[in-house]
Design a protein around this ligand. Sequence first.
Ligand SMILES: NC(=O)c1ccc[n+]([C@@H]2O[C@H](COP(=O)([O-])OP(=O)(O)OC[C@H]3O[C@@H](n4cnc5c(N)ncnc54)[C@H](O)[C@@H]3O)[C@@H](O)[C@H]2O)c1
Ligand SMILES: [Fe+2]
Length: 381
Amino acid sequence: MVNQRGNFCVSTRIHYGLGSLEFLSELDIKKALIVSDPFMVKSKMIENVTKQLEKGGIEYTIFSEVIPDPNVSVVVSGVAMAQNICPEAIIAFGGGSAIDTAKGIMYFYTCINGPGQGDLKPRLIVIPTTSGTGSEVTDFAVITDEKAKVKIPLIDKRLMPNHAILDASLVRSLPPAITADTGIDVLTHAIEAYVSTLASDFTDALAEKAIRLVFEYLPKSYQNGSDDEARVKMHNASALAGMAFTHTSLGINHSMAHALGGRFHIPHGRANGILLPYVIDYNSKEEKAAARYAKISELLGLNFISEIYAAKELRNMVKKLKEDLDMPACLKETGISEVEFLASIEALAATAMKDPCTKTNPRVPTRDDIENLFKKAYYGG
Ligand SMILES: NC(=O)c1ccc[n+]([C@@H]2O[C@H](COP(=O)([O-])OP(=O)(O)OC[C@H]3O[C@@H](n4cnc5c(N)ncnc54)[C@H](O)[C@@H]3O)[C@@H](O)[C@H]2O)c1
Ligand SMILES: [Fe+2]
């Protein structure tokens, strides 16, 4: 890989380790808006946040209308609340859906109140409770246009969190199926960042570490949610992969997963996991991409005789990981009806082609290529 011109900056301050939530009580602010989902409120997990704010004498309002794959209406409702209270910080607490809702609120709130407000822009503080999206360190958010049934990736500097709090004790309660889905999302971020046309030595270092951590610790997190070491490592892997892909963007795996999520609402990580072996096969027909997959195989200690075989070995290792996590092998197994899927396939491919992630895929796809990939991923094999 020859380095092209670029730059690298991670501006988010990362607070990690047990007790890192205490940082909230040290914030020099008076008012905060907490963005979370109903489960966090009902389960009282939100008290991890509110207790710290109370300790610091900080007033707060909770917006808990977050839904999976957050849509424009939810963001509009959150912006209205922000307009009412004028918070000095927006605190996202939850999985990628809560984080991206908070980012959407921040984006439109600052658009309405005028750009370049300097210190008047609320601080964005992100506390992930899944180890998956890496959204705590990216300038990326995915909001669904519910009418058009498409996910819109929003990419803007204002979406970069000021602070990320990585406290893996918050992830202990994550059920195995969500641990698997979100963990495979981490792997997909890291692999797509590694083979992206914008990859550099800086992003490679992050992606390589994330890939190793996922293969070692995702099965352990899945088998035993109370394995604190595995939870910490997966939480870190998620942020490492996020720091890589916020610089490299992603590839068609994510473009296709966004299209599927917008139309069929299958969990984001599950969609990525189903597509990943097929996308590796497709991309590795391109020589340079095959060489990059071979590097990943090498770092995982796989044996191979040529780069094409190396990519196949990696594909097989991903399939084996998914089997260990009891994940579906194809889209048909997720219950999507065949008639509905085939009727949607042209629209899905058109949406995926337009997705910004397609631009950095290592192989330039045609619409037919994407349609064929969708068919393979539906029927499996
Ligand atoms: N911004 C980015 O960079 C980026 C990257 C990838 C994906 N995404 C987006 O993120 C969203 C998916 O996020 P996700 O995969 O984290 O899922 P999610 O936020 O939708 O959460 C999934 C479920 O897990 C529950 N949950 C969360 N934390 C829990 C915990 N600690 N214990 C028990 N239950 C818990 C939630 O209540 C929810 O029901 C999608 O909308 C996707 O498009 C964004
Ligand atoms: Fe993702």
